[in-house]
Every structure is written in structure tokens, then in C-alpha cells.
Design a protein around this ligand. Structure first.
Ligand SMILES: Cc1cc2nc3c(=O)[nH]c(=O)nc-3n(C[C@H](O)[C@H](O)[C@H](O)COP(=O)(O)OP(=O)(O)OC[C@H]3O[C@@H](n4cnc5c(N)ncnc54)[C@H](O)[C@@H]3O)c2cc1C
Length: 186
């Protein structure tokens, strides 16, 4: 939706549709991968999955591909924490993330062989992560036009899904629904 709102439409979008797109920002998330020689956390009986109510990383997972020669812990920073990290210099950001991993998984977590970060806000053709969401008050006022066609324009995208909104399944579902709308209109 954030990208759809940046397009120029002629004729202009219906007012409620335009209003909806103004109230549907993309989420804010940073994704990091810390790569290690071995999955040391497993030896300690840990899964690598963590949820933190405080600190820079809200979630972590063991993201080691099957049969991979090295091990990967992946972490996500969301919302205010992601924005805070984004403002920091790369070195300070790395330190803050590794300090969090160390607190969760021990000192080995602080010394990865490789550190990869990905900022979805910086992706010009995505502009955020994981998906668009309506700001407070917008569902009730603008939500009813979420899937409403604007003349010949039909809306797909995971944000318009009824099930698994914000996920791949939702994206596929919305594609079928929009295609069916177009088929009927023809
Ligand atoms: C880091 C991350 C992890 C995720 N993990 C999961 C997961 O584990 N499971 C899950 O189910 N979902 C996950 N998701 C969510 C999933 O990726 C999305 O729900 C899904 O990709 C949305 O599909 P879509 O077709 O609605 O939109 P998109 O995949 O965003 O597709 C929109 C396309 O439009 C293109 N585009 C934009 N503007 C224009 C333009 N002007 N002209 C032409 N093309 C344009 C874009 O380049 C893009 O290819 C994740 C997302 C992120 C970012």
C-alpha cells in the first residue's frame, strides 16, 4: 500500500481509497544474521528461538540451513527498536545486536564469523517490513474500502487478504480474489 500510494493516478483515486493509502504505512523491521562456525547454542540445549520484551531484538531463530557448513542465528528488531538501531552507526548497531545475542545465548554469540544486516525500510520497492498496517482509527473509517475496486482497478496484495493477512498465503489468496473480480467484470 505504501508504494501504491506513491503512484500517480489519472483520474485521481476515489477519496476514501486515497485516504486509506495515506493511513497504511509499512512496518519497521531490521533483520540480522550472525554466522558462526557451529551451532554452539544447541550443545547448551537451546533452540535458538527467543522472544524478548526488552532489548533491541524482539525475536531470534536458529536459521541454519540443513546441511550448511556454518550456523546462523537470525534476529529481528521491530518498531521503535528498529528505528533506534537505524539511527546508530553500523559499529554501534552491530554491538547492540551482539550484546543482546550474548545475553540470550552466552559469550560465543558475541563473536560471529560474519554479521549481515538487512534494512527493509531502505528497499525502495518495499519500503518496510513485514507488511502494511492501518493506523489507529483507520480500520473503522477507511477499512470498508480495502477490497473495493476503483473503476477498472482491482486490489490484490497480502494487506487485502481475509486469511493470513500479511503473509505469503494471504498474498496468494488475494491474487485469486482479485483475478476472480476481474474475470467477473469482463
Ligand atoms: C523479512 C521478511 C520476512 C518475511 N517472512 C515471512 C514468512 O516467514 N512467512 C510469510 O508467509 N510471509 C513472510 N513475509 C511476508 C511476505 O513476504 C509478504 O506477505 C508477501 O511477500 C506479500 O506479497 P504481495 O504480493 O502482497 O507483495 P510484494 O511481495 O511486496 O509484491 C509487490 C511487488 O510489486 C513490485 N512493485 C512495487 N511498486 C511497483 C511499481 N510501481 N511497478 C511495478 N512493480 C512494483 C515490488 O517490487 C514487488 O515485487 C516476510 C516479509 C519480509 C519482508
Amino acid at each position: 500500500p505504501v508504494l501504491a500510494g506513491r503512484l500517480h493516478y489519472s483520474p485521481a483515486l476515489p477519496p476514501l481509497r486515497a485516504g486509506l493509502l495515506q493511513r497504511m504505512p509499512a512496518g519497521t523491521a531490521l533483520k540480522i544474521h550472525a554466522v558462526y562456525a557451529r551451532p554452539f547454542w544447541r550443545a547448551a540445549g537451546l533452540s535458538g528461538v527467543a522472544q524478548s520484551a526488552e532489548g533491541v531484538l524482539t525475536e531470534t531463530v536458529d536459521n541454519t540451513p540443513p546441511g550448511a557448513p556454518r550456523a546462523v542465528l537470525t534476529g529481528f528488531a521491530y518498531g521503535a527498536e528498529a528505528a533506534l538501531l537505524r539511527r546508530q552507526a553500523p559499529g554501534a548497531r552491530r554491538r547492540a545486536v551482539l550484546d543482546h545475542l550474548t545475553a540470550l545465548f552466552g559469550p560465543e554469540a558475541g563473536e560471529p564469523e560474519e554479521f549481515v544486516e538487512f534494512d527493509w525500510l531502505a528497499e525502495e520497492w518495499t519500503r518496510g517490513c513485514f507488511s502494511g498496517h492501518l493506523v489507529p482509527g483507520a480500520w473503522t473509517a477507511f477499512g470498508p474500502v480495502l477490497r473495493e475496486a476503483a473503476g477498472p482497478l482491482h486490489w490484490a496484495g497480502t494487506e487485502t487478504a481475509v486469511h493470513w493477512n500479511g503473509y505469503f498465503d494471504g498474498a496468494v489468496e488475494s491474487g485469486y480474489r482479485a483475478a476472480e473480480e476481474v474475470r467477473r467484470s469482463l
